[in-house]
Write a protein that binds this ligand. Structure first.
Ligand SMILES: *[C@@H]1O[C@H](CO)[C@@H](O)[C@H](O)[C@H]1NC(C)=O
Length: 102
C-alpha cells in the first residue's frame, strides 16, 4: 500500500501495545531488514524527539526493480486507547513536526 501509493510519510498514533494487548503490527525491523513480498524494509534512523513521540526513517527497496525510496514515520506514543493525549502541547508539536513532511 505504501509503495503503490507513493507514501512518503506515515503518521502513527497508537503505541504498539497497551497493557499487554497488541495494538499495531510492528511492521519495521529494529535491525536488519523485513521482507514483505518483493518489498524490503530497512530502518535507517530513529530519533526520539521527546517522551511522547519519535521519528523513524525507513529505506524501502523493490527487489523486482531495484527501485528504492525513503519513508518517514512519525510515531506518537502516549495517546492511549479510549483516552485523550496527556498533553495538548506534545500533540500540537507532533502535528507541527510531521506536517513539514506532507
Ligand atoms: C537488481 O540488482 C541485482 C543485484 O545487483 C541485479 O542482479 C539485478 O539484475 C537487478 N535487477 C534489475 C531489474 O535491475
Amino acid at each position: 500500500m505504501v509503495w503503490e501509493n507513493g507514501c512518503v510519510v506515515i503518521v502513527m498514533l497508537t503505541p504498539l501495545a497497551e497493557n499487554g494487548v497488541k495494538q499495531c503490527y510492528h511492521y519495521w525491523p529494529d535491525e536488519g531488514s523485513n521482507l514483505y513480498h518483493v518489498y524490503e524494509v530497512n530502518l535507517v534512523s530513529e530519533h526520539i524527539w521527546c517522551e511522547d513521540f519519535l521519528v523513524r526513517s525507513f529505506y524501502l527497496k523493490n527487489l523486482q526493480t531495484n527501485e528504492t525510496r525513503t519513508v518517514t514515520q512519525f510515531h506518537f506514543l502516549t495517546w492511549h486507547d479510549q483516552k485523550v493525549p496527556g498533553s495538548t502541547r506534545s500533540l500540537l508539536d507532533f502535528r507541527r513536526y510531521s506536517m513539514k513532511y506532507w
